[in-house]
Design a protein around this ligand. Sequence first.
Ligand SMILES: Cc1ncc(COP(=O)(O)O)c(C=O)c1O
Length: 405
Amino acid sequence: MKPVGPIPPAYAGQAVLSVAGRSAKAWAEQGTPLYLYDLGAITRRIGDLRASIPEQIGLHYAVKANPYEPLVAAVAPLVDGLDVASAGELSLALRHKPAEAISFAGPGKRDFELEAAIGAGATLNLESEGEAERALAVGARLGITPKLAVRVNPDFELRGSGMRMGGRASPFGIDAARVPALVKRLIAAGADWRGFHIFAGSQSLDTAAIIETQAATVALARRLSEEAGVMPPLVNLGGGFGIPYFAGDTPVDLPAVGAALGQAVAAFPGAQFAIELGRCLVGEAGIYLTRVIDRKESQGETFLVVDGGLHQHLAATGNFGMVVRRNYPVAVAHRMGDAPEETVSVVGPLCTPLDRLADKVALPRAEVGDVIAIFASGAYGASASPAAFLGHAPVREVLAAIPHT
Ligand SMILES: Cc1ncc(COP(=O)(O)O)c(C=O)c1O
């Protein structure tokens, strides 16, 4: 038997899984596999974060975490900005937030993407000097002053993060030492310089490391501003607040991070700040529901073959940037409160041994037709999976909200 990750507290105590007042079984009746995004849980998480971080610090949602449009539409009014990473995400964001509240990061932006952002009035987070020159040229061609921020490749990384994006040679951002010269160039060229974007890593559960990185990020922004001789309109401090996925993972202490953030920003008086979060806002609010199609035994092991898999939930199968495969939190949806009765592996319908949603986990017995729930599935799920692989139908997604009476 192998361990599983912790079921998020909002669902852990339930005997029968229920989301927004309806049982998982009822949600699944309209068809599986299915991603359910619990709007109440998202709203509570954003409320908790707002209560933890100082009021003057903006909260941005990184659309890449979950671009499902009804979810983006629901999150947009609850946050101060949307961060996007492609022309597609930009047009989605523009349907739900004014351009002034949208920033576009990511290496390799093509000219049509620069045009779309500059034309709309969104901020481009520049990833290289070459991109800066192309953005200035696009602005000149369109006759529009481009809003340009500089993404900094910091000379440190967020310790403990699943995805490190600083402290090394990087396709992301411009090495800190070259940033002041670029800021001066942008201002001299007549651009509307919007400040700094400094993103040092993602999926860190290490509260002390996040606090340390926040302080280092503020100090770096201050130093670069002094060297450039100009105050940044906004410093986007990144985020990287992780969520528990695996056995032994514990949540980030948000009140501690928020309190430390207040102290950190005090070291750069007069500047405006934002943080940019994806999975922390939506990850634990998502549940992937998949139905048991077959139970089979092989050489003494039991397999639950389900209708969902790697093509829809790459991350839960351990194939989205994980070095070692570990089990996401998993349960038999209508038997959450029951003691485990057997050790099973939950596998999908794809003909690859990689298609394993849960490996040798202890669960109450599930029969053909029962619904299996994979928790912590609200971020980097459907949109981060190879949906076309083997030609199965696209996954259903639903924003689960308690209906107004
Ligand atoms: C620039 C940038 N912003 C935001 C995020 C979102 O990270 P997370 O979902 O871990 O908060 C990422 C993730 O890689 C990123 O690269």
